[in-house]
Ligand binder design. Structure first.
Ligand code: GTP
Ligand code: ZN
Ligand code: ZN
Length: 262
């Protein structure tokens, strides 16, 4: 069941996001107008009843907006990749390298979500690509409403591909459809082989799993056979690609996957 800080995310409709051009990095503040504070320790029992009440309409509303996004993207011929993982699995590093490989031949845009800072957006700066940082404040995931605002800010001309880097979180992003074409989960060898078994929904809801940081798998004592078996149990249909954003190993397969959805 979802917790209290998911109460409501209302991007500030009155604040028109600044227009972000290729080569620029913009920030779109999508934090709720009325953020709900986390309850102090020991106080959570008082709060749980409320979180259960708000959860159902919240997700239903998100699903409705996600369907709208999907229609909208489709009418533009735009494909959308939603990257999800726990914190630090390598989403930004992967994206930076991916943009270097693709951005001069494919018209790309990027939305990147974090609670605070635009440091990921700055790392993704690219001459040919508009990049907007979505700062969520307390929200531990992106939702469909935030994506609609962010996409508006990007003002993409003849866009072909939108990358979304979700907030680093192995739990909540699984439940929030953004209207994406495909969802891609990153599973770093530094995460440990057991993560698919412990956090099934994020992997189960993904079309592709990227086993990242392959260059340091050995040093981590990562058992890739076990990891693949665990993924098979949880998401038997998902494609799995092992890669490294440092060395570029496995990247051809990943780029092939992307070209395959365009
Ligand atoms: N060795 C190695 N390190 C990597 C690789 N990809 C990312 N890293 C490192 O892992 C750390 C986290 O990478 P990020 O790309 O910031 O991860 P992230 O998923 O975007 O993190 P959040 O946005 O905070 O959730 C950084 O120190 C990266 O340099 C890789 O393929 N190999
Ligand atoms: Zn990142
Ligand atoms: Zn949460």
């Amino acid at each position: 069941m979802h917790h209290l800080h998911h109460d409501f995310t209302t991007p500030r409709d009155h604040e028109k996001p600044a227009r972000v051009n290729p080569g620029e990095v913009g920030t779109v503040d999508v934090r709720p107008d009325d953020p709900v504070d986390l309850p102090p320790p020991g106080d959570f029992r008082k709060q749980t009843g409320r979180s259960i009440e708000v959860n159902i309409p919240l997700l239903a509303e998100n699903n409705r907006l996600a369907a709208e996004n999907r229609e909208h993207f489709k009418s533009h011929g735009l494909k959308v990749i939603n990257l999800v993982s726990g914190p630090g699995a390598g989403k930004t590093t992967l994206l930076a390298r991916t943009l270097k490989e693709l951005a001069n031949s494919i018209s790309c845009g990027v939305l990147v979500g974090d609670l605070e800072t635009d440091s990921d957006a700055q790392r993704l700066r690219h001459d040919a690509v508009p990049v907007a940082q979505l700062t969520t404040g307390s929200a531990c995931h992106l939702d469909a409403h935030m994506i609609a605002h962010g996409f508006e800010a990007l003002h993409m001309h003849n866009p072909q591909l939108l990358f979304i880097e979700n907030v680093g979180n192995l739990v909540c992003p699984a439940e929030f459809d953004l209207g994406e074409t495909v969802r891609v989960a990153l599973f770093a060898c530094t995460d440990g082989e057991d993560k698919p078994l412990k956090y099934p929904p994020i992997y189960r809801s993904s079309h592709l799993v990227l086993m990242t940081k392959a260059d340091i798998a050995e040093a981590c004592g990562f058992d890739r056979k076990q990891a693949r078996e665990n993924l098979k149990k949880v998401c038997p249909k998902a494609e799995v690609i092992e890669l490294s954003s440092k060395t570029g190993d496995g990247f051809e397969q990943w780029l092939e996957f992307i070209r395959g959805i365009l």
